[in-house]
Write a protein that binds this ligand. Structure first.
Ligand SMILES: *[C@@H]1O[C@H](CO)[C@@H](O)[C@H](O)[C@H]1NC(C)=O
Ligand SMILES: *[C@@H]1O[C@H](CO)[C@@H](O)[C@H](O)[C@H]1NC(C)=O
Ligand SMILES: *[C@@H]1O[C@H](CO)[C@@H](O)[C@H](O)[C@H]1NC(C)=O
Ligand SMILES: *[C@@H]1O[C@H](CO)[C@@H](O)[C@H](O)[C@H]1NC(C)=O
Ligand SMILES: *[C@@H]1O[C@H](CO)[C@@H](O)[C@H](O)[C@H]1NC(C)=O
Ligand SMILES: *[C@@H]1O[C@H](CO)[C@@H](O)[C@H](O)[C@H]1NC(C)=O
Ligand SMILES: *[C@@H]1O[C@H](CO)[C@@H](O)[C@H](O)[C@H]1NC(C)=O
Ligand SMILES: *[C@@H]1O[C@H](CO)[C@@H](O)[C@H](O)[C@H]1NC(C)=O
Length: 486
């Protein structure tokens, strides 16, 4: 799977904060060790900033409170800035309190994919507090924002992505996970009121890799904290939601061929092309993927599988007609969702207000290339996904039905292949209409704690196209329920 969004200019790192000195320091000896830290304040460009140095992880947070950008609902607090994990490793975050019942509402994180794409995509084009309706140059409030229900945290990871900047040691999904865990540890220390809240992880696209691995890593860190081998705060993970994910290449390269021939919109290839691509899949792509074999394959075997399957299947089909790989209903120069949020985020006024220190880059190639060098794309996270489903948390796998790059044929086949107590019953079920206030928004099925939803009339970024459906399934999943019609 190759992310094909137009790459923007490489990020420009602005002058560092080194010269700015804290104006006051507060020691917090009265709190438990894992959330202890020093808090100080300083001003930069006339904007007051908070610095929080977390003792247990050595991480430092440096952020702006209530910038007035994006979330303008009175009384709803927001925080934006950086977590510095090591020296010159700065991970951008933007946190919005829930619009309702913030003091009791759960906490959720949304991560976009790539690898190497910014979660500002999700924030501004999908499920965040504001959006740019019809490509307007200024944002307006999004009535279907996920912070209607939960406290929402958007993180630009790995470093180098979006507003994040500095050294990037992350070369794979597995090496990305500890950075996000460390981020959450420092976040909980700075904002201890969220520590024990129900926590949900929602991801998209390459999030079919990130979601299972990060959830599984958080669970194993919880176990290590419980048996005393690691110090930290338990992450009360209750839900994992992944839309249009890239989970398993063996299933999903095959799905490119079937979906292109047999999707519910219009065929992109002929019957004879379907046969010929299927033969190619069997003779070249599949054997290469088997050499890679998820987590144990060598980097070179996995890189080879990626280029073989791309060159033989994904590349030729995606270039064979004038369609948008993220929404086959549109031509390849599809202007939706509008990209106007990018120039907004690159304006110096907005950057100053939110505390950004690096020019915004939506999907820079440097983090992506590091993942490519280990063949990460060709590794399957289906087995990891199965362990997360088996752990008993709610898992929602969903997909917009017009997306090609991580299409719903592949998503459904992955859901049917998840190994858990209810596998056979789940796979045998037919999906039925999923309604929102009586209106069909897709088809779904559930078994145990696993939900599948195909969303009608939606491309890759589902929440942009069907915000009401998206908010409803988000709420239900965060409430630890399988999804249900209303
Ligand atoms: C806020 O909490 C109250 C009391 O628990 C509940 O009745 C209400 O539905 C909640 N509002 C939202 C939007 O979740
Ligand atoms: C957006 O554009 C469409 C098509 O031009 C129009 O029907 C719709 O009313 C516009 N929406 C808003 C909120 O301006
Ligand atoms: C503690 O838990 C971790 C994570 O499950 C595990 O890897 C480790 O072996 C456990 N150690 C002990 C001493 O039980
Ligand atoms: C830690 O979080 C998990 C949810 O992932 C929960 O089941 C468990 O009870 C929590 N443990 C503690 C000690 O709070
Ligand atoms: C086409 O899709 C339908 C269901 O939508 C399925 O029954 C049929 O087997 C598919 N055919 C091919 C060639 O994939
Ligand atoms: C960020 O980069 C964009 C594109 O190169 C440029 O138009 C914009 O002026 C830059 N912003 C700042 C504050 O340097
Ligand atoms: C489903 O999740 C709930 C917690 O939300 C848990 O109590 C229950 O055991 C899970 N069910 C299965 C079948 O894993
Ligand atoms: C499901 O929804 C579609 C679209 O609204 C509708 O055409 C179809 O009749 C519905 N099916 C059932 C069984 O209600």
């Amino acid at each position: 799977m190759r992310f094909q969004a137009g790459y923007l200019a490489a990020s420009v790192v602005l002058p560092s904060l080194a010269a700015a000195l804290p104006s006051s320091v507060e020691n917090r000896d009265d709190v438990p060790a894992h959330i202890r830290g020093k808090r100080s304040f300083y001003s930069r460009d006339g904007i007051k900033r908070t610095v929080f140095e977390h003792e247990a992880t050595g991480a430092k947070m440096d952020f702006v409170t209530n910038s007035g950008i994006c979330e303008t609902t009175p009384g709803v607090n927001q925080y934006s800035g950086y977590l510095s994990v090591g020296s010159d490793e700065n991970m951008w975050f933007w946190f919005f309190e829930a619009r309702n019942n913030a003091s009791t509402a759960p906490l959720a994180t949304f991560l976009n994919g790539g690898p190497g794409c910014s979660s500002m995509i999700g924030l501004f084009q999908e499920n965040g507090p504001c959006h740019f309706v019809n490509g307007s140059s200024t944002p307006s409030l999004n009535p279907y924002s996920w912070n209607e229900y939960a406290n929402m945290l958007y993180i630009d990871q790995p470093i180098g992505t979006g507003f994040s900047y500095g050294k990037d040691p992350v070369t794979s999904t597995v090496t990305a996970a500890p950075y996000v865990w460390t981020f959450l540890q420092a976040f909980f220390a700075q904002f201890p009121q969220y520590e024990s809240r129900d926590f949900g992880l929602f991801t998209e696209s390459y999030g079919g890799h990130y979601g299972p691995e990060f959830a599984s890593y958080f669970e194993s860190q919880n176990a290590a904290i419980a048996n005393g081998t690691t110090k930290g705060e338990n992450i009360s993970l209750v839900a994992l939601g992944i839309n249009n994910g890239w989970y398993d290449p063996i299933i999903q390269y095959k799905a490119y061929i079937d979906f292109s021939y047999n999707n519910t919109y219009s065929p992109l290839i002929s019957a004879s092309q379907h046969t010929s691509y299927t033969n190619t899949y069997t003779s070249s792509c599949l054997p290469a993927l088997k050499e890679c074999s998820s987590t144990t394959g060598s980097n070179s075997a996995c890189e080879n599988a990626e280029s073989t399957c791309y060159n033989d299947i994904e590349g030729p089909i995606s270039n064979s007609g004038d369609f948008d790989v993220y929404d086959i209903r549109e031509p390849s120069n599809d202007p939706y969702p509008p990209a106007t949020y990018v120039s907004y985020l690159q304006s110096s006024d907005v950057m100053t207000a939110i505390g950004a220190q690096s020019n915004y880059s939506e999907c820079p190639s440097a983090p992506y290339n590091k993942f490519s060098s280990t063949g990460d794309d060709s590794r399957s996270f289906l087995a990891t996904l199965s362990t997360v489903v088996q752990s008993g948390i709610q898992v929602l796998l969903w997909a917009g039905d017009a997306d090609w790059i991580c299409n719903w044929f592949g998503g459904l086949a992955v859901a049917n292949a998840v190994d858990f107590d209810g596998s056979a019953a789940f796979a045998a079920k037919e999906a039925v209409n999923y309604t929102v206030d009586g209106v069909a928004g897709g088809t779904f099925k559930t078994e145990g704690n696993l939900s599948w939803l195909r969303v009608f009339g939606a491309g890759h970024e589902v929440s942009y196209y069907q915000p009401e459906v998206a908010l409803q399934v988000f709420k239900q999943t965060m409430q630890k329920k399988v999804i249900f019609s209303t």
